[in-house]
Write a protein that binds this ligand. Structure first.
Ligand SMILES: C[S@@+](CC[C@H](N)C(=O)[O-])C[C@H]1O[C@@H](n2cnc3c(N)ncnc32)[C@H](O)[C@@H]1O
Length: 226
């Protein structure tokens, strides 16, 4: 179901992102890439890579010296990503795979990260355990996700935007009626920042920290593989 939904929005996914976030999504991914700081020669997995924007930000953050792999279970998303990498003349190591059962050996990545993807996992804990499994001991595991700002006026404005404006604009841009209606529910049901940090700590990671982006509209969690 989720796979088909992502397939429908893939062709205009980037445009929708830019419009719906006012371009903030680019800054959030860039910030996440800087935080995990892929070093020269490191092996990096961008899980739920979608159209590849985080993979590209990770490659740039390493000055082009890391090897960045992208995995996603939606082929139309991977096609957009492959074309984008090719246009930019960048290497693409893309794999069609389910985040809950990755086709990688234990501990082969120095960094495993997912942006705006784990929210859709049928089993979030199983997905985080799988991210930890493919990461080497001491490696970084990061999750960039939508979150919910603390109670107050900004949160009220944000919820109005999320529940009333975003589904309408998203459907218009993606030319796929009803498709963006899924988004508010997945954001509101997703664990709070401390809850996600706790879950990551229970799934094979330690020293988990998080920081809010844009007053908590999104949050970046990073932990180390035990
Ligand atoms: C909202 S998009 C985010 C894409 C990209 N990471 C970004 O920052 O724009 C979510 C992506 O996660 C992928 N996805 C969701 N559940 C998945 C799963 N179980 N396994 C692999 N990919 C998954 C979808 O196919 C989609 O491409």
């Amino acid at each position: 179901m989720a796979r088909q939904l992502f397939g429908r929005i893939a062709p205009r996914y980037d445009l929708a992102n830019r419009l719906l976030s006012g371009g903030l999504d680019i800054l959030w991914r860039r910030s996440a890439a800087r935080e995990v700081a892929p070093a020269s020669g490191e092996n990096v997995l961008d899980l739920c890579t979608g159209t590849g924007d985080l993979a590209r930000a990770l490659l740039h953050a390493s000055g082009g010296t890391a090897t960045v792999h992208g995995a996603d279970f939606c082929l139309p998303m991977l096609h957009v990503s492959r074309a984008k990498h090719a246009r930019a003349g960048e290497p693409a190591h893309l794999v069609a795979a389910d985040g809950l059962a990755l086709p990688y050996r234990d501990g082969i990545f120095d960094v495993t990260i997912a942006s705006f993807g784990v929210r859709s996992f049928a089993d979030l804990a199983a997905g985080v355990r799988e991210m930890a499994r493919v990461t080497r001991p001491g490696g970084r595991v990061a999750i960039l996700e939508f979150s919910t700002p603390a109670p107050g006026l900004f949160r009220q404005l944000y919820l109005f935007y999320l529940e009333r404006v975003l589904p309408l604009v998203g459907d218009l841009v993606s030319a796929s009626p009803g498709t963006y209606a899924y988004l508010p529910g997945t954001v509101l049901e997703f664990p709070s920042q401390p809850e996600l940090a706790k879950l990551m700590g229970e799934c094979g990671l330690h020293d988990v920290r998080f920081r809010n982006l844009t007053l908590g509209v999104a949050a970046l969690h990073v932990g180390l593989r035990s």
